[in-house]
Design a protein around this ligand. Structure first.
Ligand code: NAP
Length: 284
């Protein structure tokens, strides 16, 4: 099928990986629908695609609202004669040691990172199954298979997304529909700026402050290694073109190395290495 006959919908396209993917797929000639919770945030994307001479459909979609997802998706499916590729990209990280996270904060994290992708998939699947083709790409993370400290809510949401994707992949496989996971490493996006800090993060009752300070310091250094998200966009394009895509696509050397280490190293050694990378020496 020609790219121009393929409609790809990307959530969270106002910045980062979603933005890069929308531009990259539009350049390749796909019929791209880019969504954001706030329409005006898509202005820059619209201007850039206009400047490059590609057309793109920008749509406001609050993925956390059941009504909005139902209404907007059914309209888009009608207008575009079906959606061939769904890229569930929108997501954020709730930051904080597990002890500081409230139940409501965890619910909100799951609502965006797990429940919204499932709702969106369920709107496009009936038509994909009927037509016996389609691809659902869920943007997970290297943290979808590997837990690091202070990211328990985010990590568990991505583990959940991966588990659900694994079941769904097998359910829809006989109908010619592909479900695929992308697991990026560290990319230069708005992710850290959009990160939500647990309200109890600086709870003086918890003996964690020194550890957290050290963690923030190290994280600041690691930002220097964040790469251009175009690499993730290119992998997403490769998946769309592939007739038989794999299930998981780790993107970046550190993502692949981390996942291999988790798989093959003894658990205690792996845990030691992660804590060495996270905490200063005297705190281990
Ligand atoms: N950057 C990395 O290093 C990295 C690594 C691994 C995985 N990822 C994953 O990649 C995906 C894209 O992230 P990014 O790095 O491109 O970050 P980003 O620049 O912050 O983009 C995330 C997008 O998701 C939407 N979003 C943010 N918070 C949201 C919320 N509470 N509810 C609904 N939508 C929300 C935003 O769109 P609107 O506000 O416009 O709706 C935003 O455009 C995420 O699923 C993230 O978990 C990123």
């Amino acid at each position: 099928m020609k790219p121009s006959d393929t409609t790809a919908l990307i959530t969270g396209a106002s910045s980062g990986i979603g933005y890069a993917t929308a531009i990259h797929l539009a350049k390749q000639g796909f019929d791209v629908i880019a969504t954001s919770r706030v329409y005006s945030r898509l202005q820059q994307l619209k201007e850039e695609t206009d400047r490059l001479g590609f057309s793109i459909t920008c749509v406001e979609l609050e993925i956390n609202s059941d009504n909005a997802v139902e209404e907007v998706m059914s309209r888009l499916i009608d207008d575009h004669d079906g959606i061939d590729v769904l890229v569930n990209n929108a997501g954020y990280g709730l930051f904080g040691p597990v002890q500081t996270i409230s139940a409501n904060e965890l619910r909100a994290q799951y609502e965006t990172n797990v429940i919204a992708p499932m709702k969106l998939a369920n709107t496009v699947l009936p038509r994909m199954i009927k037509q016996r083709k389609g691809t659902i790409i869920n943007v997970s993370s290297v943290l979808g298979q590997l837990g690091t400290p202070y990211n328990g809510a985010y990590v568990s949401s991505k583990f959940a997304l991966e588990g659900m994707s694994e079941s769904l992949r097998i359910e829809v496989w006989p109908f010619g529909v592909n479900v695929v996971l992308v697991q990026p490493g560290l990319y230069a996006t708005q992710f850290q700026q959009n990160q939500v800090h647990a309200e109890q993060l600086h709870n003086p009752g918890l003996p964690l402050q020194r550890y957290l300070d050290a963690y923030f310091q190290r994280r600041g250094h690691s930002r220097r290694f964040a790469k251009d998200p175009i690499a993730v966009a290119k992998v997403i394009h490769r998946i769309i073109r592939s007739k038989r895509p794999n299930f998981r696509y780790p993107v970046s050397l550190e993502a692949r190395t981390g996942l291999l280490a988790k798989r093959f190293l003894p658990e205690r050694l792996f845990q030691y290495l992660v804590s060495r990378l996270t905490f200063p020496r005297e705190q281990q």
